[in-house]
Design a protein around this ligand. Structure first.
Ligand SMILES: *Cc1c(COP(=O)(O)O)cnc(C)c1O
Length: 231
């Protein structure tokens, strides 16, 4: 599969408008494949797990950015104690005031301001991480008070399943989630809250990014379409 990484990246970058940021979702990939994707033009690597992020960071440092796209509550111990949070250029998956408070405190200790996205549970699925649409404004106002976090936008996974978007109803369900998230994005942008920049709207994966782009995404997180199926 590795040999195709370069072609896959070329193909994706060529087809996307230049203002759209591509986050290569690298979970389960070898460092070699991650480096291949960076050499082919990927500027942001997204990692779900801290041990993968650490392994990859030393190889891409200075050549590509690193975004955390995993569930912060699960990675909390490592995020807050075992690593230098500095290695991340953005945390895309802030899903509660509590986790924001803890990350803010850590950032204060190491004297950095972390760009973050707020993750929205746009499908309102119980098993999914993210802030519920109805709670968002309240949550954003609270997180905006943390001086060592800078809210840069919103992120969503959309609806399950992600694997097969063949069925029309799956695609339409995904589209509704993206539309909902874009509405919230615009609404919050209009409020012009201090310490809140609605610059990035991260939504869409390998099988849904084309829909997401139509619905206003300017950041897409693509894994299998770059690296092939996960190891
Ligand atoms: C794995 C993952 C992706 C990419 O998924 P693909 O279907 O492989 O493109 C995007 N975002 C997050 C948060 C992920 O965990």
């Amino acid at each position: 599969m590795g040999a195709n990484v370069k072609e896959n990246v070329y193909e994706i970058l060529e087809a996307l408008p230049p203002e759209v940021k591509v986050v290569a979702a690298a979970k389960g990939q070898s460092t070699l494949n991650v480096v291949r994707s960076v050499k082919a033009g990927i500027e942001i690597i997204g990692e779900n797990y801290i041990k993968d992020a650490k392994r990859v960071y030393s190889q891409i440092q200075g050549r590509a950015q690193l975004h955390f796209i995993g569930i912060p509550d699960q990675a909390k111990h490592d995020l807050l104690r075992k690593i230098n949070l500095n290695m991340f250029d953005m945390i895309e998956t802030i899903n509660s005031v509590d986790i924001a408070r803890e990350i803010n405190k850590k950032c204060e200790q190491i004297d950095m301001v972390m760009p973050v996205l707020i993750e929205i549970n746009s499908g309102e699925e119980e098993q999914k991480s993210g802030v519920l649409p109805n709670d968002l404004i309240d949550v954003i106002k609270k997180i905006a008070e943390f001086n060592n976090l800078e809210i840069m936008g919103l992120m969503t996974m959309g609806s399950t399943p992600h694997q097969s978007m063949q069925a029309k109803e799956d695609r339409e369900r995904a589209r509704k989630c993206f539309q909902k998230t874009k509405e919230l994005f615009d609404e919050i942008k209009k409020m012009q809250l201090s310490n809140v920049k609605m610059e990035y709207l991260s939504m869409g994966m390998s099988n849904s990014y084309k829909i997401a782009l139509k619905e206003g995404a300017n950041m897409v997180r693509i894994g299998s379409k770059i690296y092939g199926t996960r190891n």
